[in-house]
Design a protein around this ligand. Structure first.
Ligand SMILES: Cc1ncc(COP(=O)(O)O)c(C=O)c1O
Length: 381
């Protein structure tokens, strides 16, 4: 079976993790600090705050802004459900805005109609690594005093206006889940240019402590910490950070390979009528975290297509989910989301991973072509 994704993990990561274990310091410590600095530098941010996942990072970002009950935060429904859930954790209401069909992202035009007097933030997702037009959103939101938070879970190494996604972000949250390009098993990061926010985020991820456990341990004199506010345990471990540092050193090569494979997919898919694949928007480049395709309008049911691909040895995935269609959001009020609903129903994610071969890609494309162009009953065998 050709998998949809396979993380690029090798001996170097195993050794780095083992060294962290042998050092005797496995909780958040020097390796986390080193990883924070290296990752923040790689995305052009002044500060990085490592956390246990992107979900917890997004939660900290909205919490930091003082978002709470009675407030609204605009998010895309077309995203992994964690985007919307992070808003709910604060007691605020996620307000779903529709997306652009080409990028899968919020735009100023889709966000403007859902802004209200209660909007406290807009959380824009760089969906599947495709950069969103953040400056256009900031031009809409900042004059109204609404900060734009970037859910950059999938976007490490994508670029926007010639710079890494995340440069100049007010607050951006990143994921290191194995489905992403750079993995620490589980893990995440919040980046910001604001030094005071970075200090507070570090406190919020560690129980509200005035001095971190690592600093207390490594400092010479006995320091008694205070707990300055009710906070969370969202820490990353030094074992994860050790793996992350090795992964970060491979990121450029991972992106180059994914873009090479994506270019080859574009060539091959040109021969499959009606299929449109994800591409760079004119203002940036994607890291192709996921390679999604729009299916032709007359295509068989998506479940049938997934089954047809599986029969041919290809593990694909449904397109990006629409959070508002999940039971957890049943009855959640909101405006119609026609592009989101079409996007989730009519897109598929095809396999793309670093050591994918030309043969693998040929198999994927011919399986897709056969499945799309074979009558329904034949697909089922
Ligand atoms: C857009 C988006 N936001 C948030 C998340 C959550 O990331 P994590 O698994 O690190 O919590 C994901 C994960 O898939 C995602 O795709």
């Amino acid at each position: 079976m050709i998998p949809v994704m396979r993380p690029l993990l090798g001996e170097e990561e195993a050794l780095a993790a083992a060294e962290a274990v042998r050092s005797g310091w496995v909780a958040q410590g020097p390796r986390v600090r080193e990883f924070e600095e290296a990752f923040a530098a790689s995305v052009g941010a002044r500060h990085g705050v490592a956390v246990s996942s992107c979900t917890t990072g997004l939660h900290l970002a909205v919490h930091l802004l003082g978002v709470g009950p009675g407030d609204e935060v605009v998010v895309p429904s077309l995203s992994f459900i964690a985007t919307a859930n992070a808003v709910r954790y604060t007691g605020a209401t996620p307000v779903f805005a529709d997306v652009d069909a080409a990028t899968g992202n919020l735009t100023a035009a889709t966000v403007e109609p859902v802004l209200t007097a209660r909007t406290r933030a807009v959380m824009v997702v760089h969906q599947a690594g495709v950069p969103a037009d953040v400056e256009a959103l900031k031009a809409l939101c900042e004059p109204r005093g609404i900060p734009v938070i970037e859910d950059a879970a999938c976007a490490a190494g994508s670029t926007y206006q010639g710079k890494p996604v995340g440069t100049n972000a007010v607050l951006a949250a990143w994921s290191f889940h194995p489905r992403k390009l750079l993995t620490t098993g589980e893990g995440g990061m919040v980046t910001t240019d604001d030094a005071d926010w970075a200090v507070r985020l570090k406190r919020l991820r560690e129980h509200g402590m005035s001095v971190s456990a690592a600093d207390r341990h490594h400092g010479g004199s006995a320091v008694i910490e205070q707990y300055l506010e009710t906070a969370f345990n969202y820490r990353m471990t030094d074992i994860q950070a050790a793996v992350g540092l090795v992964q970060l050193s491979k990121l450029d090569a991972i992106i180059a390979r994914r873009r090479e494979l994506a270019a080859r997919y574009h060539e091959l898919l040109a021969g499959v009528p009606g299929v449109t694949a994800v591409r760079d928007p004119e203002y940036g480049t994607t890291n192709y975290q996921s390679f999604w395709v729009w299916l032709p309008g007359e295509a068989p049911d998506r479940q049938e297509i997934l089954a047809g691909l599986a029969e041919r040895g290809v593990s694909a995935r449904r397109g990006i989910m629409a959070s508002h269609l999940e039971p957890a959001y049943e009855g959640h009020p909101g405006a119609p989301l026609p592009v989101t609903e079409a996007f989730t129903a009519r897109t598929l994610i095809l396999p793309l991973f670093h050591d994918m071969t030309n043969d693998d890609q040929d198999t994927v494309v011919s399986a897709l072509s056969e499945t799309l162009h074979t009558p329904h009953l034949t697909v089922r065998g």
